[in-house]
Design a protein around this ligand. Structure first.
Ligand SMILES: *Cc1c(COP(=O)(O)O)cnc(C)c1O
Length: 396
């Protein structure tokens, strides 16, 4: 197994591996068995059973994920939302209050606003940038603070060190969704977060072919979440666990390429006359740049931007592109493009979107691992087409 001192590239390949290798197999075989023989286990949860997330394929991932983010333990789940919902339900009880960053992944936002109240759990959203305002929202029953490492779709990095400090001072559990930064760019437990969550559907797996999730943190917290997940039933299938492990082996190569490619694409877009605004934390012009530079070792493969022609131009531009798929989700090897107002954030009213700074024409771009020059050439031809049709329609 990889030593604790190994670099992340080595951990991605070797952490959690079983020695001696099973029948000499270089790759971990898939244990496609729902149940396993009774070996004298004295607790129900100790029985090896696929819903208990404790087959050899799960164990390997738990050890690997914990190693990658320096956590005591980890838990894989059937999706990112299974990780988020099980974690929140494990940490919060009826009568508790949650503080959360105001711009969250849509599913998380809906779970907090629509489902948690049914369990007697209340919440308040806070402006992640306005540190002084947090205290005003704090209640005697506030139990946890939930944030995201890089927010979607504006790619903001809030004052994460202040979140940790605030939670320690007020005895709150600090929870972060680290899906977009990934452990390659950021390890939140090192900064003092209690719990790191992932949609492993995105960068961790990286091939847009499974859904999965993960929770990483202290033993006591992961035990509580495991207990909840065992009852909710959002466990990962062994074959999917195998695919996730296979995907994760190339995480460092993919994410470092995506960091670099996105940086070059963001610089190209920022200079282009048809583009009015680019949101990428790697750009000096981004409001979170200094903070992201201090906390992260890369700025991710996610960019969002606006065109001078607004929503109309955005739609023309998206259909003029040849390489990216117009599809939701992110973090795969293929470049994806979406209009958040039409997809990920369509559930919010236009006013709410405006309040959060998500314009109707905002374009979100998840950079894959294609050649950067090809992506830039495609963007260039689509921008050219878009501005010439716009010019044409103005003349008419
Ligand atoms: C996609 C996503 C989720 C939800 O994950 P699923 O795997 O789709 O359940 C949660 N958080 C972030 C930041 C995401 O991008």
């Amino acid at each position: 197994m990889a030593k604790a001192s190994s670099k992340i590239e080595t951990q991605l390949i070797h952490a959690g591996e079983v020695k001696p290798r099973i029948l000499g197999a270089v790759c971990m075989p898939i244990f496609q068995s729902a149940n396993f023989e009774y070996k004298g286990e004295d607790k129900q949860e100790a029985l090896i059973y696929m819903r208990h997330n404790n087959t050899p394929n799960h164990d390997l991932l738990h050890k690997k994920l914990a190693t990658l983010e320096n956590g005591e333990s980890a838990l894989v789940t059937a999706s990112g939302m299974a990780a988020i919902s099980a974690a929140l339900l494990a940490v919060l009880s009826s009568g508790d209050h949650l503080l959360a960053q105001n711009c969250l992944y849509g599913g998380t936002h809906s779970f907090i606003t629509q489902d948690l109240p049914q369990f007697g759990i209340s919440h308040d959203f806070v402006d992640g940038e306005d540190v002084d305002s947090w205290k005003k929202k704090l209640k005697p029953n506030t139990k946890a603070f939930y944030v995201e490492g890089i927010s979607n779709p504006l790619m903001e990095v809030i004052h994460l060190e202040a979140v940790v400090k605030f939670c320690k001072e007020n005895n709150l559990i600090s929870i972060i969704d680290n899906t977009i930064p990934t452990p390659i760019n950021f390890r939140p437990l090192d900064l003092g977060f209690d719990l790191s969550l992932h949609s492993a559907t995105k960068y961790l797996n990286g091939h847009s072919d499974i859904v999965a999730g993960a929770c990483i943190g202290k033993n006591t917290l992961i035990e509580k979440i495991t207990h909840m997940l065992n009852h909710l039933g959002g466990s990962l299938d062994a074959h999917t666990a195998f695919l996730l492990d296979r995907g994760m082996k190339t995480l460092a190569l993919r994410v470092r390429h995506q960091n670099e490619s996105a940086m070059n694409i963001a610089r190209f877009l920022e200079k282009h006359p048809a583009v009015s605004r680019v949101n990428y934390p790697g750009l000096e012009s981004h409001p979170s740049h200094q903070r992201a530079k201090a906390l992260f070792s890369g700025f991710s493969g996610m960019i969002s931007f606006e065109l001078k022609g607004g929503a109309q131009a955005a739609e023309r531009f998206v259909s003029a592109l040849e390489i990216p798929a117009y599809a939701p989700s992110l973090g795969g090897v293929e470049t994806l493009i979406t209009l958040p107002a039409k997809t990920s954030h369509a559930g919010l009213s236009q006013e709410k979107r405006q309040q959060l700074g998500i314009s109707e024409g905002l374009i979100r771009f998840s950079v894959g691992i294609e050649a950067t020059v090809d992506l830039i050439a495609d963007l260039e031809q689509a921008l050219k087409k878009t501005s010439s049709t716009l010019l044409h329609s103005t003349i008419q």
